[in-house]
Design a protein. Structure first.
Ligand code: 5AD
Length: 356
């Protein structure tokens, strides 16, 4: 097993069989995390990039079987933030040091492309040195182009699972893995820094699907990779399905770091939800991004993708201070800079858009 870890560390690749044995085995976790940490330090030092997350709408037109915001969930409380609320969150976040704002929401048709562009350009006008990341789901190429032209820098769209058959067990017929992938390639071609990713332990997932996820990402070469455990939500068809485990999620994070040394990889809220020190353990297994929540405290609990989500009652300022301390306590350095992707090992980041 140590040979496989060494091979991954040196060449960023291994055969399906080798990956399978690494994913299945719990015996070499420490060596795997240590290798991932070496690779992360070689590329990004001890930096942990902070992103301010603004969950601006809990409405969604989709009906994904795993997600608490699914359209059929009549118990969900729905809210939308106005442009002025979003700018207010960003102002507070800027004061706390954030230089990346992530606008995330369900697929809410209330927000037209013009409205999204207006919000993006207002953010870029007020905070020109900040990166704006969108995470608002599947759109047409033209829509993606218009947000980019308005100034959006990055886009997060987890592929969820790269396997078509598995995708259709997690989603209604109206959604397809094919369209999801089309979106990701469109975003890349337009020029966004692109984030893909998947849940670990989602219903019906086996090691074969996890390998398909890694192989898909080798083709896509995403800049950001979001990986977190599946956690059931009581008002979804998957209410009785088991959550993804800490061990498997950490192994997938570490393998991902070894295969994608340049990637920005968050220690996710879902990881912190299944274990009190989950995010710290994620950082030690190769993650280098944390996304504290900047959403207004009064709506935060309603953005409920899964049950028992952490930090849903905290004040933004408070959770940022606590998170900064926790990052330092495990030997890393919280960094408020934009934190653009670094390709080609240790080279300075590409000049951000609009900055020459
Ligand atoms: N458990 C864990 N992650 C979830 N997501 C949605 N529902 C759940 C859940 N029940 C993830 C999806 C989505 C991201 C915003 O949240 O991967 O892309």
């Amino acid at each position: 097993m140590t040979d496989i870890i060494k091979k991954l560390e040196v060449s960023c690749d291994a055969s399906d069989e080798e990956l399978k044995s690494l994913i299945d085995s719990e015996s070499c976790d420490t060596a795997l995390y240590e290798a991932a940490d070496r690779v992360r330090r070689a590329n990004y030092g001890t930096d942990v990039y902070m992103r301010g997350l603004i969950e601006f709408t809990s409405y969604c037109k989709n009906d994904c079987f795993y997600c608490g915001l699914r359209r059929s969930n009549r118990s969900a409380v729905r809210y939308r933030l106005e442009k002025s609320d979003i700018l207010g969150c960003a102002r507070a976040g800027y004061g706390l040091g954030f230089r990346t704002f992530v606008l995330q929401g369900g697929e809410d048709m209330h927000y037209t492309d013009d409205m999204i562009c207006d919000i993006v350009s207002a953010l870029k006008a007020e905070f020109p040195e900040c990166a704006v990341t969108l995470s608002i789901g599947e759109k047409s190429r033209e829509s993606y182009q218009s947000y980019y032209d308005a100034g959006a820098d990055r886009y997060l769209l987890r592929h969820e699972t790269a396997d078509n058959a598995h995708y259709s067990k997690l989603h209604p017929d109206t959604l397809s893995a094919e369209n999801r992938k089309r979106c990701l390639y469109d975003l890349k071609e337009i020029g966004y820094q692109v984030g893909a990713g998947f849940m670990v332990g989602s219903p019906y997932q086996t090691v074969n699907e996890l390998i398909a996820d890694l192989r898909f990402m080798q083709k896509l070469e995403p800049d950001m990779i979001g990986i977190g455990p599946f956690i059931p939500h009581r008002d979804t068809p998957f209410r009785d399905m088991p959550a993804g485990t800490l061990g498997l999620t950490l192994r997938m994070l570490a393998i991902t770091r070894l295969m994608f040394p340049y990637a920005l990889i968050p220690a996710t809220t879902a990881l912190g939800t299944i274990s009190p020190d989950g995010r710290e353990r994620g950082l030690r297994a190769g993650a280098n991004v944390i996304m504290p929540n900047l959403s207004p405290a009064d709506v935060r609990k309603y953005y409920e993708l899964y049950n028992n989500k952490i930090c849903s009652g905290d004040e933004a300022a408070e959770s940022v201070l606590i998170m900064g301390r926790r990052i330092k306590d495990c030997g890393y350095t919280p960094v408020s800079a934009r934190g653009d992707v670094r390709r080609g090992g240790g080279e300075p980041p590409l000049a951000p858009r609009g900055v020459s």
